[in-house]
Design a protein around this ligand. Structure first.
Ligand code: MSP
Length: 507
C-alpha cells in the first residue's frame, strides 16, 4: 500500500528550533515505521517562503526574498539531515511547479464560483500571517506574538466562500470520526463548525512576494492559501495526472495544534470547492514548551536541536522527544529529563543489554550464536510486544510503541539477572542451557533493534549489523519483526558501546 505523509512547511525567517524539529522527527519516525511495514512511502517536507516575515528577514541582511530563501534552504536541509530526518520530497513554495499548482487550483475555485471581490478591513498579525478578530486579541495584541503589534489593514481583496462549505464539512466530520485527531482537536474544530464559518480574504495587495492570481495579476495569493496547496503540488498535480492520482489524497498531515484549523477546515474546503479529494487524516500534535510557554523564536524562547544532538546524541534526542509525552499533548522540555532518559533507558537499558550480551557471547562462544530454544517464554513475550507496538504505531501512539519496545529490553535484562549465565559458564554440564539463554538474549535484542529503528535509525542499523552481520532490510524491518531470529551459526561482532553513559549535562 502507498502511504503519503506530510509535515507543515516551515517559515524560513529563522533557523529550525526544537519545537519545529519535534514535528519533523515524529513524522520521520512514522515514515520509517511505514517503510518498515513494506508500504510505498512518500514523506514530504518543505519551506513556506511567501511570508511577509520571511521577506523582512532577507531585507535585514540586504538580500532579496528569493536570495534569502535560497540560503535558508541549505540551513533547513542540513539541520534535518543531521537529525536523521529523511524526507522523500522537499518542496519550496517559490518553485515553478508550485506556482503552477496554486494558479490551477485558484482557477478551479474561481470557476466553481467560490471567489468574489470585496473590501477587507481589520487586524492582521504578521507573526501568524492571519487576520484577527477583536476577540482573538488580548489588550490589542496577539497572544502568540505579543512582541508584534497587529497591523490594521484596509484592502480590496478576493474572498473565498468558506461559509458555503460549512455543512459539507460537518457531514465529512460526522462520516469520518478519525479525520481530525486527537479528539481534543477534533472537538475544537467541531465547535468552530457549529458556530458557522465566515468567508476569508485570500489575496494581498502591495507586495509582489507571492504568487499572482491567474485571473487578477495585480494581487498575490494569501500565504496560507498558497502554502496549503504544497501538499498536492508535491504529488505532481496538475501536470502529472498518473502520479497525483496515485499519491493524492494524503494519508496524514502532521501539523501543530495551532494550525489544525487551517488543515481540518480551510484546506478541505478549498479541495471540495476544486472538486478534489480531501486528506484522510489531520493530526494536531502538541507544543514543545519551555519555561511554561511555547518554544518559539517570536517569544524569544528557543533551544537549538543541533546543540542538544551534539551533547546527547541524535538518537537520545529523538528517543526523548517520542518517549517523554503522549503524542498529541504538550511536552515541557527539560534537559535534565533528556539526560536522565539517555542514561536510564538507553545507556542502562538497551545499551547495557547489547554490551553484556555481546560480551558474554564473545568471551564464551567466540561470538557464535546458537539456535533459539523452541519454547521460550521470553521470546514469546517479545513477539507479543511486536503486536502491541504495531497497534500503537497504527494510531500514532509513539510513546506506547516505545514502551512496548522497551519492555523487551527490560525483560531481557531481568532474564540475565534471573538465569545467572555467569554461573552456567562455570559448569560444563550446563553448556546447552547457556547456549539457550544467550540465544534468547540475542534474539530479544534483534526484536528490540527492529522496533527501535524508526526512532533511532543510525544506531539501530549499527546494532543490526553487529548482531547479524547483515544490513537491516528497511522494507521489512517491522513487518518481519515478529518471529525474527538471528541465524544459528552467525558470528556476532562486538562493536563500540552503543550508548555510553553521559556523566554531566553540558549546558
Ligand atoms: N508555515 C506555516 C505552516 C504552513 S503548512 C501549509 C507555519 N510555519 S511555522 O514555521 O511557524 O511552524 C511549522 C510547524 O512547527 C507548525 O506545525 C507548528 O505548529 C510547529 N511548531 C512551531 N513551534 C512549535 C513548538 N514549540 N512545538 C511543537 N511544534 C511547533 O506554521
Amino acid at each position: 500500500m502507498r502511504y503519503y505523509l506530510t509535515t507543515a512547511i516551515d517559515y524560513v525567517n529563522s533557523r529550525p528550533h526544537l519545537g519545529t524539529a519535534y514535528e519533523k522527527i515524529t513524522a520521520d519516525v512514522i515514515a520509517r515505521y511505514q517503510r518498515g511495514c513494506g508500504n510505498e512511502v512518500r514523506f514530504l517536507m518543505g519551506n513556506d517562503e511567501h511570508s511577509q516575515k520571511v521577506a523582512a528577514a532577507g531585507r535585514k541582511e540586504g538580500l532579496t526574498p528569493l536570495e534569502w530563501c535560497d540560503r535558508m534552504e541549505g540551513v533547513f536541509r542540513s539541520a534535518w539531515s543531521a537529525l536523521e530526518i529523511q524526507p522523500d520530497v522537499f518542496i519550496r513554495t517559490s518553485e515553478p511547479r508550485h506556482r503552477e499548482a496554486v494558479q490551477a487550483l485558484a482557477q478551479r475555485i474561481k470557476d466553481a464560483g467560490d471567489f468574489y471581490e470585496g473590501e477587507y478591513e481589520g487586524w492582521y498579525c504578521v507573526g501568524c500571517e492571519a487576520f484577527k478578530r477583536d476577540e482573538d486579541l488580548k489588550d490589542g495584541l496577539c497572544p502568540d506574538h505579543a512582541n508584534r503589534k497587529p497591523e490594521w489593514l484596509k484592502e480590496k481583496n478576493w474572498f473565498f466562500r468558506l461559509s458555503r462549505w460549512c455543512e459539507p464539512l460537518k457531514a465529512h466530520f460526522a462520516a469520518n470520526p478519525s479525520f481530525v485527531l486527537p479528539e481534543s482537536r477534533r472537538n475544537e474544530l467541531l465547535a468552530l463548525l457549529d458556530r458557522g464559518l465566515e468567508d476569508i480574504s485570500v489575496s494581498r495587495t502591495g507586495t509582489d512576494w507571492g504568487i499572482p492570481f491567474p485571473f487578477d495579476e495585480r494581487v498575490v495569493v494569501y500565504v496560507w492559501f498558497d502554502a496549503l496547496i504544497n501538499y498536492i503540488t508535491a504529488t505532481g498535480w496538475p501536470q502529472d495526472t498518473a502520479s497525483s492520482a496515485h499519491w493524492w489524497p494524503a494519508d496524514l498531515h502532521l501539523v501543530g495544534k495551532d494550525i489544525t484549523r487551517f488543515h481540518g477546515v480551510v484546506w478541505p474546503a478549498m479541495l471540495l470547492s476544486a472538486g478534489l479529494p480531501v486528506p484522510r487524516k489531520v493530526f494536531g500534535h502538541g507544543f514543545v514548551n519551555m519555561s511554561g510557554g511555547r518554544m518559539s523564536k517570536d517569544a524569544g524562547r528557543v533551544t537549538d536541536p543541533l546543540e542538544l544532538a551534539n551533547t546527547y546524541g541524535v538518537a537520545a534526542l529523538r528517543y526523548y522527544l517520542c518517549a517523554e509525552a503522549n503524542f498529541g499533548q504538550d511536552l515541557e522540555f527539560s534537559e535534565e529529563r533528556l539526560l536522565a532518559r539517555a542514561n536510564s533507558d538507553l545507556a542502562n537499558g538497551l545499551g547495557n543489554l547489547a554490551a553484556r550480551t555481546a560480551g558474554m557471547l564473545t568471551r564464551w562462544r567466540e561470538g557464535r550464536v546458537a539456535a533459539a530454544p523452541q519454547s521460550s517464554a521470553l521470546l514469546a513475550r517479545a513477539d507479543a510486544a511486536v503486536d502491541t507496538y504495531q497497534r500503537c504505531m497504527e494510531v500514532l501512539d509513539l510513546r506506547g510503541a516505545l514502551a512496548a519496545a522497551t519492555q523487551i529490553v527490560t525483560e531481557a535484562n531481568a532474564h540475565v539477572d534471573r538465569t545467572q549465565p555467569f554461573a552456567m559458564a562455570k559448569d560444563p554440564a550446563r553448556t546447552a542451557e547457556l547456549d539457550g539463554v544467550l540465544a534468547e538474549l540475542v534474539n530479544s535484542l534483534l526484536l528490540a533493534c527492529r522496533l527501535h529503528h524508526p526512532f533511532m535509525p543510525a544506531k539501530m542499523e549499527q546494532l543490526h549489523l553487529e548482531l547479524t552481520g547483515t544490513a537491516l532490510d528497511l522494507t521489512s524491518s517491522i513487518s518481519g519483526a515478529k518471529g525474527a531470529r538471528v541465524l544459528p551459526g552467525t558470528i556476532l561482532v562486538k562493536g563500540a558501546a552503543l550508548f555510553p553513559r553521559i556523566e554531566t549535562a553540558k549546558t
